[in-house]
Design a protein around this ligand. Structure first.
Ligand code: ADP
Ligand code: MG
Length: 253
């Protein structure tokens, strides 16, 4: 059984059919990428699968269990974690506190309680702090353990979000453009980090525009265009697909 099954998933915003009857499955342990032009529905698909949006129709199953209609916090407890295309880092917190929120979320259903630390959780703080520091080192942010989030460069904040997601100990991790806005060296580092995460056994779903990175990392690729599934397959299959070349790979976007 696939870890994640998405079946005929649709959502519309007024007249905009952002995602239209999209189906795909993600097997456990793989790196699965979602590509397509800007506005194709990639982020919306992530928002649907991670419970931020409710689908107009369709089904989502995690390990065979229907999960559509569940809240993001519940899905986090079922093993889903994500990062955001537009950074969602709490700038008024330190870097490590941001990662600790991820660890708290694993234990606490309510995100606000996670942020404002209930007394019961405070006892665990030293342990969580050490764990959060470990995750920061894991993503290459060992030098920023004592830093304020608002003092960190953009590239480091992108990694901080990954550390926070990892602190939730996900089975499946959704990364929405982790290399967007990064320079070539930083992009290579994220490429290596994604590979390391996947090698640790975390199933990884990636949205990314950097085709070198996508082709390098992905076991399978889903191509969206205007909210629809245009193609699905391995990197070599996708690269040779005339529909994909015409809609996406043939032009710079
Ligand atoms: N909350 C929303 N309200 C209205 N329209 C939205 C909303 N979210 C996404 N859309 C629209 O859905 C389409 C797909 O957007 P998006 O998923 O962000 O694309 P991608 O991530 O592939 O660039 C776009 O036309 C976008 O404007
Ligand atoms: Mg997007």
């Amino acid at each position: 059984m696939a870890l994640l099954e998405v079946q005929d998933l649709s959502i519309h915003f007024g007249n905009v059919q952002a995602v239209q009857e999209v189906s795909f499955t993600v097997d456990e342990g793989i790196i699965y990428s979602v590509i397509g032009p800007n506005g194709a529905g990639k982020t919306t698909l992530f928002n649907l699968v991670t419970g931020i949006y409710q689908p107009t129709s369709g089904a989502i199953r995690l390990q065979g269990q229907p999960i559509q209609g569940r809240k993001p916090e519940e899905l986090a407890r079922l093993g889903m974690a994500r990062t955001f295309q537009n950074l969602q880092v709490w700038m008024n917190m330190t870097a490590i506190e941001n990662v600790m929120v991820g660890a708290h979320l694993r234990l606490e259903r309510n995100i606000f309680k996670a942020i404002f630390r209930t007394p019961g959780l405070r006892r665990n703080d030293e342990k969580l702090k050490a764990e959060a520091a470990d995750w920061m080192s894991y993503v290459g942010l060992g030098d920023y353990v004592g830093a304020r989030a608002d003092s960190m460069p953009y590239g480091a904040l992108k990694r901080l979000e990954i550390a926070r997601a990892l602190a939730m100990r996900p089975r499946i991790l959704f990364l929405d453009e982790p290399a967007a806005g990064l320079n070539p060296k930083e992009t290579q580092d994220v490429d290596a980090l994604v590979r390391k995460i996947a090698a640790s056994g975390i199933t990884t779903v990636l949205v990314e525009h950097d085709m070198k990175m996508v082709m390098n990392l992905s076991d399978r690729i889903l191509v969206l265009d205007y909210g629809k599934r245009l193609a699905e397959g391995t990197g070599p299959e996708i690269r040779q697909d005339p529909k994909v070349i015409a809609a996406y790979l043939g032009r710079k976007s």
